[in-house]
Design a protein around this ligand. Structure first.
Ligand code: FES
Ligand SMILES: [Fe+2]
Length: 305
């Protein structure tokens, strides 16, 4: 899992009045709303004797540990030690992560770069995703596979007539396929059996897909740990635009793509892929239609070095 990256970790609405435990990029984290209502993130371990801070509560805008009541301010500094109110507190500080709230999601930067990069889901990407102001549908879930299996699948169109045989009956020959990479952006587009598809990947875990120019979705595949992935998908479509039916059509698209295609049909194949190291694809024999896979892993290796 790559350091110094922004990762979407949870919908903003999932963080309310109580601390929330999550596991992301192999670490146990706690999210909570500070005194100003903004979401904070720290390792979920009290610097006193290691109890999970997510078992605590928010008292007067400070995160209070359940075990001995030490409380921590918005910047992670210890504000109060109930057993020793006048003791020096400077050695008791939480290990905090930079946080942003955007697109309805909580984003956590798993590093300590002083100059934080822009979020991968930029305003331009958002405008493209919802260019016509259509309603969107959000789906969150988790998969028991590495995020790399999910990401590589997003640029791969030639699995469709096989993995999704019963649901998307198209001819298997790829009649057009192009892929290029610019820094942390990988673009692929192709056509097969009359189906046109386009994918843009930004960084290790975020992608925007478009099918037949009418169905679009954004995907965040955030590592929980080496072998598990937290997935967020936001769907929109512009094929059906009748009042009252637009939302239903978007909901059907999300259910069809996510529940039937990805969860029921893609995920068992992802689980079956055998790689000792999920990031080491040297055992793959890549075809021209896998050019997006090659470029994605090339970018991933660069980010890891
Ligand atoms: S372990 Fe948190 S206050 Fe003691
Ligand atoms: Fe698929």
């Amino acid at each position: 899992m790559l350091g110094n990256q922004w990762y979407a970790v949870l919908p903003m609405r999932s963080v309310g009045r109580r601390p929330v435990p999550i596991r992301r990029f192999g670490s146990d984290l706690v999210l909570w709303r500070g005194s100003d209502g903004a979401i904070r993130c720290a390792f979920d371990a009290c610097p006193h004797r290691g109890a999970a801070l997510s078992r605590g509560r928010i008292v007067d805008g400070a995160l209070s540990c359940r075990y001995h009541g030490l409380s921590f301010a918005d910047d992670g500094r210890c504000r109060h030690i109930p057993a020793h109110p006048s003791r020096d507190r400077s050695d008791l500080c939480l290990r905090m992560f930079p946080v942003r709230e955007a697109r309805g999601l909580v984003w956590v930067f798993n590093g300590h770069d002083s100059s934080l990069p822009e979020l991968p889901w930029t305003d331009e990407i958002d405008a493209h995703l919802q260019s016509d102001g259509a309603p969107t549908l959000d789906i969150t879930d988790r998969f028991d596979v590495s995020y790399l299996r999910v990401m590589e699948n997003l640029t791969d169109y030639h699995h469709v007539p096989f993995v999704h045989r019963g649901l998307v009956p198209i001819k298997p020959e790829v009649t057009r396929f192009e892929a290029w990479r610019e820094g942390q952006h990988v673009h692929t587009e192709g056509a097969m059996g009359g189906l046109e598809a386009e994918t843009d990947i930004y960084g290790p875990c975020f992608a925007v897909l478009s099918f037949a120019g009418t169905a679009r979705f954004a995907v965040c595949a955030t590592p929980i740990d080496e072998g598990n992935t937290w997935l967020f998908a936001r769907y929109s479509q512009c094929l059906v635009r009748f009042p009252g039916l637009t939302l239903l059509a978007t909901w059907l698209l999300g259910q069809f793509d996510y529940r039937l295609l990805q969860k029921l049909q893609d995920a068992p194949v992802w689980r079956s892929q055998r790689l000792a190291d999920p990031a080491d694809i040297r055992r793959y024999t890549l075809l021209p239609a896998d050019q997006g896979v090659r470029l994605y892993f090339e970018m991933h290796a660069e980010l890891a070095s």
